[in-house]
Design a protein around this ligand. Structure first.
Ligand SMILES: NC(=O)c1ccc[n+]([C@@H]2O[C@H](COP(=O)([O-])OP(=O)(O)OC[C@H]3O[C@@H](n4cnc5c(N)ncnc54)[C@H](OP(=O)(O)O)[C@@H]3O)[C@@H](O)[C@H]2O)c1
Length: 283
């Protein structure tokens, strides 16, 4: 099996690379060698690689910056998946793509299911939703996995930010009125590799089990890391950001469980795994 992986230096892509290598021959061009915003270069690269599977882990993920850089966000999150989908269709390949909980407005009280109507609050969510739609419109074989609140031991993420700030500040203030499921990039990669053995097709939610708030996540991070810095819950209104975020973005992963038997670990378990890995790396 020949696999083309984009975004191999990102949180999810980094965890995917070794797991995909166990499945076949992986081509994973770095960003310097393949800019997803360059549709022509992207098309040529897929045609040269002739993959059986395309795994698109690249994305413009700067949620706040996207508000002032919509063209860049849409090029990578909407146009590029469309090109990958057209090329997958031509080749008869399957496209595995990641999307986000931020396609929802957060007004629903219960966890969101795949058929709930999306209504993104910001540019990032809109660009990701357009990417989903472009893939579906292409008619290619596809597996779209919406995930949430991704973190890892490397990259830019909430967990590493909290660990850094806890060492720098006497107290942390963290929003307590946004609920979601913090999901370890490794758990996403492990599930993806498992899914590739017999991929279901369509749109699925894939997040850690359970849910918390950013405040709850911050408390668990510090506790797990043995840090005593106090954490104070605040409202989103006390921490204004360029992009609005959904109050509830918990996703129901029941469809994927039913279709492929995937049960994701609890978010607390993923966090413990990631912190243990960070400890191992620093010892
Ligand atoms: N992070 C989250 O909290 C979150 C939540 C829900 C869903 N998701 C989705 O999950 C997937 C994986 O996210 P992640 O957290 O692994 O993202 P990430 O760590 O930000 O990695 C994204 C990768 O894409 C690369 N990239 C960005 N623009 C590119 C371009 N024009 N050409 C080539 N490569 C480019 C980035 O390169 P640079 O490092 O050079 O920018 C980076 O290596 C994405 O589809 C994302 O939308 C993420």
């Amino acid at each position: 099996m020949r696999l083309l992986l984009t975004g191999a230096a990102g949180q999810v892509g980094w965890e995917l690379a070794p797991r995909l290598a166990a499945l076949g021959e992986v081509v994973a061009p770095e960003r310097g060698a393949l800019d997803l915003a360059d549709a022509g270069a992207l098309r040529a690269r897929v045609r040269a690689a002739r993959p059986d599977v395309i795994v698109n882990a690249a994305a413009y993920t700067a949620v706040d910056r996207a508000e002032s850089e919509p063209a860049a966000a849409f090029a990578v999150n909407a146009a590029a998946p469309g090109v990958l989908a057209e090329e997958a269709k031509r080749l008869g390949a399957i496209l595995v793509h990641y999307s986000t909980d931020y396609v929802f407005d957060g007004q629903k009280a219960a966890p969101y299911v795949e058929d709930d109507p999306p209504r993104p609050l910001g540019v990032y969510g809109r660009s990701k939703l357009d990417g989903e739609r472009a893939i579906r419109a292409s008619g290619c074989r596809h597996l779209i996995l919406r995930t949430s609140w991704v973190y890892a031991g490397r990259g830019r993420n909430f967990l590493l930010t909290m660990l850094r700030l806890a060492a720098e500040r006497p107290e942390l203030r963290v929003v307590d009125d946004q609920r979601g499921a913090p999901t370890w990039a490794r758990d996403i990669a492990v599930a993806t590799a498992r899914l590739l053995a017999d991929p279901p097709e369509g749109l699925f939610h894939l997040t850690a089990s359970g849910a918390t708030t950013w405040y709850g996540f911050a408390c668990a991070i510090l506790q797990g890391a043995g840090l005593a810095t106090p954490v104070r819950p605040i409202a989103s209104s006390e921490y204004p950001t360029p992009a609005r975020r959904p109050a509830n973005s918990v996703l129901d992963s029941g469809r994927l469980r039913a279709a492929a038997g995937i049960v994701m670990p609890a978010w607390e378990e993923g966090l413990a795994g990631c912190l243990a890995e960070l400890r191992r790396a620093s010892s």
